[in-house]
Design a protein around this ligand. Structure first.
Ligand SMILES: [Zn+2]
Length: 392
């Protein structure tokens, strides 16, 4: 660190910058000033920076955008800053924790006090994701849901439909009506039944840009008994339906994901479905979910694109998930560790898969400030620099 008054607050030097929004993948330095990305160049002098951080052999990418997490509405929710920032995740979407009746409270208690950017999918159930209301059709108001979205378009980016076990398509169709009226997408988590088959859902009900989450779940298999991706999934994709990973505690099967990736049926977005059980059972964090997809054959550039710029576009916030000049400086510094690691999947066939790589988050920068620094890369060596407090 030097103490000159200079151009950049922080300079990330010598890293491999992967910024899919700007078609960048190479060795670049990144200068951060006043909370924004000021410069991405082949070489920026240390003299121009207050604090230079050596990120050689690390990956510098936009802060990760997780399209499916749980921050409110039931007992297994996670803490936004404490659980997301250490994973390089700077923007998240709460997937249906609140409904039109509970959103304002969720906003006050969770969105406002958090450093992480939080957007919401409003549950079609007015009370949110609290069990019984997700089964109660009478609490699913098209008008009130649409009204709430129009009231807070800055925070509410879509509608969630989940866990309904009744015989009809009523919750989904109400969600689609409200979404059409308010101009947002629907994300659905629906286990198929004989009365409500996946094929009918995707081809007859969902619209372009609606999202099927848990796309590699064993409970709603994308593949048949011969491990072939079912033909109607390709038809749904052609129609514009999107497929989100939503790893979760019961929604990611190695067998299905491997077969789908081998047949080039990649997800449209990578997300965690982070909540208490998915973290405990499967470390369902962004870096770990990205690692699994890397081990299953996807390439790193695609993985980062589906974890940054693509989900940012889906929520209509392309100013996020990018390292473009003047973008807000939300950055993840990732490490691809080499060694012997075990990855786990879940559902009824929870197994382990060995991997010789594991992606972890070394550093997270939010609004231009270091908020997570696993190895103290941004700090001075204690033995050669004076302490801030002379008594220590
Ligand atoms: Zn979920």
């Amino acid at each position: 660190m030097n103490n000159k008054s200079v151009n950049y607050d922080i300079l990330l030097k010598g890293g491999r910058v992967i910024d899919p929004a700007n078609n960048i993948d190479g060795l670049f330095d990144v200068g951060i000033s006043g909370g924004f990305i000021a410069n991405v160049e082949k070489s920026i002098s240390e003299k121009d920076a207050f604090n230079t951080v050596d990120v050689t052999n690390l990956i510098v990418c936009p802060g990760l955008v997780d399209l499916h997490v749980h921050l409110g509405g039931y007992e297994g929710t996670i803490l936004p800053d404490a659980h997301c920032l250490p994973e390089g995740t700077t923007t998240v979407v709460d997937a249906g924790g609140s409904g039109h009746r509970t959103f304002d409270e969720f906003n006050e208690k969770t969105i406002k006090p958090s450093n992480v950017n939080i957007f919401a999918l409003l549950n079609i159930a007015g009370e949110g994701m609290v069990g019984q209301p997700e089964q109660n059709i009478h609490g699913m108001s098209v008008d009130l849901t649409s009204e709430k979205i129009k009231e807070r378009p800055d925070l509410i980016v879509g509608i969630k439909v989940a866990h309904y076990s009744g015989p009809t398509w009523e919750p989904l169709d109400r969600a689609i009506e409200a979404a059409t009226d308010s101009g947002v997408f629907v994300m659905i988590d629906q286990t198929p039944t004989a009365a409500r088959p996946m094929k009918e859902m995707m081809l007859d009900h969902l619209r372009k840009n609606d999202i099927v989450t848990h796309c590699y779940a064993l409970s709603k298999p994308m593949t048949d008994e011969k491990d072939k991706v079912k033909e109607y999934f390709f038809r749904a994709r052609e129609k514009g339906v999107k497929f989100d990973v939503g790893h979760g505690a019961g929604s990611f099967s190695f067998r299905i994901a491997k077969a789908a990736i081998d047949q080039n049926f990649l997800p449209d977005t990578i997300s965690t479905d982070m909540h208490r059980d998915s973290i405990l059972n499967n470390q369902a964090t962004m870096p770990e979910t990205m690692t699994k997809l890397l081990a299953l054959g996807m390439n790193l550039q695609d993985i980062i694109k589906l974890s940054t710029s693509d989900p940012a576009k889906i929520i209509n916030h392309p100013e996020l998930g990018t390292l473009g000049q003047t973008a807000i400086a939300d950055i993840a510094v990732l490490k691809v560790n080499k060694g012997d690691f075990g990855m786990t999947d879940n559902g009824t066939a929870s197994r382990v898969m060995n991997s010789n790589k594991r992606i972890t988050c070394e550093m997270t920068i939010k609004n231009g400030k270091v908020v997570w620094d696993r190895n103290g890369l941004s700090r001075d060596d204690w033995s050669t620099t004076p302490p801030t407090n002379p008594l220590l």
